[in-house]
Design a protein around this ligand. Structure first.
Ligand code: GTP
Ligand code: SPV
Ligand code: MN
Length: 595
């Protein structure tokens, strides 16, 4: 086999992988348009890519019904000791896991091409960026990585110059025998799917799934799981956060980073059109933030990705017009429904439900059909540069200085619309105890309440107790330059099960309150759980919500909150002596305030 690059570690890894996986061919990717088109031709020929008449250069893919989302039950953090992975991760001993997976990888690429994808997370050459190389046997992964990461000859040049990289091995786990025709979405059965991470050696091994975070290894696997471990070692932060810039009518800029669990509103917040007059929102990132302390002592954030892998369901010109305008061309759609005139459709896209569709499983669908036309976790993959409100600084290698952190989640009860933490430690406590109802973004139960600290439960690759301490340490280093911390809940419901808050562009009202809090322009009243808006502090001009509705939305019911205490105690107990004393103190103080 000829050496593909001038990077010895990379060449050796390619060679070893080829010997193990036995592909028919090896192809080194360079990220060009021609390469993208070549992959598309291949995917069209195999019947995987369905061209959309209504959207130039856009294609629909339908996954296997077993392969529709991340699979936390099959996601592993393999560290030398179980304690290092901690109680929130699935752990398998590295020797055992590698043995199991090597057996799976043996000959797994037969009949297929092995693609080598060099990519940069973050602008090429930024001091915060990292290089990865994904080996995959899926051309769908190749085109998706083109959109979601920076695949280019410049990355190959850096590798040739000896730059290190994070190896990300991926196979769909579906070898082809001679003469065997391929299926539309090849993958391995659920019991053979493994999404494995070896954070002590910066290594990712994924097998059996072709979907989203299981297969586009730059995203959750590198961008959060491996990056969170590196960030702790090196003293920075890798978080499941949107990054946005808000500008007030006087032209003052605020940079906000918000952590919500999967399918809880990050993409929508990131590119919102504010309903409050004179305020502007610009998108920097919609899913991941990498943050380092700058020379001036402030915290600077970059978006390591270059595209959006966003939830389609519910996206419409009413809820997220900027996303809709991002999706006009050059988009990869997965598990959406197909209209008779060659466009995509999903539940919530508009008010007219077509009389006939092809559903995400490829079956005829009419409004009388059982089940959804689009899968609830149907997604679009689109270049961030196509977003009409993408910030001019979104690729600034130095990042943007963060003023505000927001935590939140889906809580149909208990948690009010917005409140502020008393202090950094209290804010870390809010992050550490965040709870949210589970969503379709993971294969498993939907709608069950769970603690999802910092929206990082599925993504923190080391002991979460140490992760809490890392947050405390970052606050100590940032001191008075630390971002202020807030908590939000867009999802509180009334007794009929309807959302109390209109959400989306009206979320700008909560953001405006936060900016005015940090400028000292509005007061707040102290409650047991944090600082709440005082009357008229929250701009509700033109929103048309009844006072009773607002009261329900903002209510802090002490009885309900007292009932949270034993659950938080249980949640904290699993961390044993890794739980920072400072968080125990916060819990004690909350209990005292609740009386
Ligand atoms: P991941 O990509 O999985 O990390 O999700 P995300 O956090 O980016 O969530 P996203 O913005 O895609 O929203 C998920 C779902 O929640 C979509 O169906 C949205 O329409 C809905 N949603 C987002 N924001 C709001 C809101 O303010 N109110 C209501 N009611 N729904 C919202
Ligand atoms: C999430 O689940 O948080 C996502 C989608 O952003 S995936 O890329 O599949 O992880
Ligand atoms: Mn996400």
């Amino acid at each position: 086999m000829p050496a593909l690059t001038k990077n010895e570690k990379l060449n050796n890894w390619i060679k070893e992988t080829a010997e193990m996986c036995r592909p028919d061919d090896i192809y080194l990717c360079n990220g060009t348009k021609e390469e993208y088109n070549l992959m598309i031709e291949k995917l069209k020929a195999s019947g995987s890519a369905i061209p959309l008449k209504k959207r130039p250069n856009s294609y629909l893919f339908r996954s296997d019904p077993s392969d529709v989302a991340r699979i936390e039950d099959h996601t592993f953090i393999s560290t030398s000791s179980k304690d290092e992975a901690g109680p929130t991760n699935n752990w398998i001993d590295p020797v055992e896991l590698k043995n199991t997976m090597k057996n799976l990888y043996k000959g797994c690429m037969k009949g297929r091409t092995m693609y080598v994808i060099p990519f940069s997370m973050g602008p090429v050459g930024s001091p915060i960026s990292k290089i990865g190389v994904e080996i995959t046997d899926s051309p769908y992964v190749v085109i998706s990585m083109h959109v979601m990461t920076r695949v280019s000859s410049r990355v190959i040049e850096l590798l040739n110059a000896g730059e290190d990289f994070i190896p990300c091995l991926h196979s769909i786990g579906a070898p082809l025998d001679k003469g065997q025709t391929d299926v539309q979405w090849p993958c391995a059965p659920i019991e053979k799917k493994y999404i494995s991470h070896f954070p002590e050696e910066n290594l990712i091994w994924s097998y059996g799934s072709g979907y989203g975070g299981n297969a586009l290894l730059g995203k959750k696997c590198l961008g959060l799981r491996i990056a969170s471990a590196i960030a702790r070692r090196e003293g920075w932060m890798a978080e499941h956060m949107v990054i946005l810039r808000l500008t007030n009518p006087e032209g003052k800029q605020y940079h906000i980073a918000a952590a919500f669990p999967s399918a809880c509103g990050k993409t929508n917040l990131a590119m919102m059109l504010p309903s409050v007059k004179g305020w502007k929102c610009e998108c920097i990132g919609d899913d991941i933030a990498w943050m380092k302390i700058g020379a001036d002592g402030r915290l600077y954030a970059i978006n390591p990705e270059s595209g959006f892998f966003g939830v389609a369901t519910g996206t419409s010109y009413d809820t997220n017009p900027m996303a809709m305008d991002t999706l006009k061309e050059n988009v990869i759609f997965t598990n959406c429904a197909l209209t008779d005139d060659g466009d995509v459709w999903w539940e919530g896209i508009n008010d007219d439900v077509p009389s006939h569709l092809i559903d995400w499983k490829g079956q005829d669908w009419t409004p009388e059909s059982k089940g959804d036309a689009a899968h609830p976790n149907a997604r679009f993959t689109a270049p961030a540069s196509q977003c009409p409100v993408i910030c001019k600084d979104w690729e600034n290698p130095n990042g943007v200085p963060i003023d505000i952190f927001i935590f939140g989640g889906r809580r149909s009860s208990v948690v009010p619309l917005v409140y502020e933490a008393f202090s950094w430690d209290h804010g870390v406590f809010l992050g550490a105890t965040a709870a949210s109802e589970t969503t379709f973004a993971n294969i498993g139960e939907v709608g069950s309440l769970r603690r999802d600290p910092f929206a990082m439960k599925p993504f923190c690759s080391y002991n979460m107790g140490d992760y809490f301490q890392h947050w405390l340490n970052m606050g100590d280093r940032l001191g008075s330059k630390a971002p202020r911390i807030f908590y939000v809940n867009w999802f509180r419901k009334n007794h009929d099960g309807r959302f109390l808050w209109p959400g989306f562009s009206d979320n700008s009202r909560a953001l405006k309150w936060m900016c005015e809090r940090i400028d000292g322009k509005v007061g707040a009243k102290k409650s047991a759980i944090g600082l709440l808006p005082v009357d008229r502090g929250l701009d509700l001009n033109g929103i048309g919500l009844s006072p009773k509705n607002m009261e329900e939305l903002m209510e802090v019911d002490l009885k309900e909150w007292k009932a949270e205490i034993p659950d938080i105690e249980k949640h904290f107990a699993v961390f044993g002596n890794r739980l920072p004393e400072r968080l125990k103190k916060q819990l004690k103080e909350l209990a005292e305030r609740l009386g």
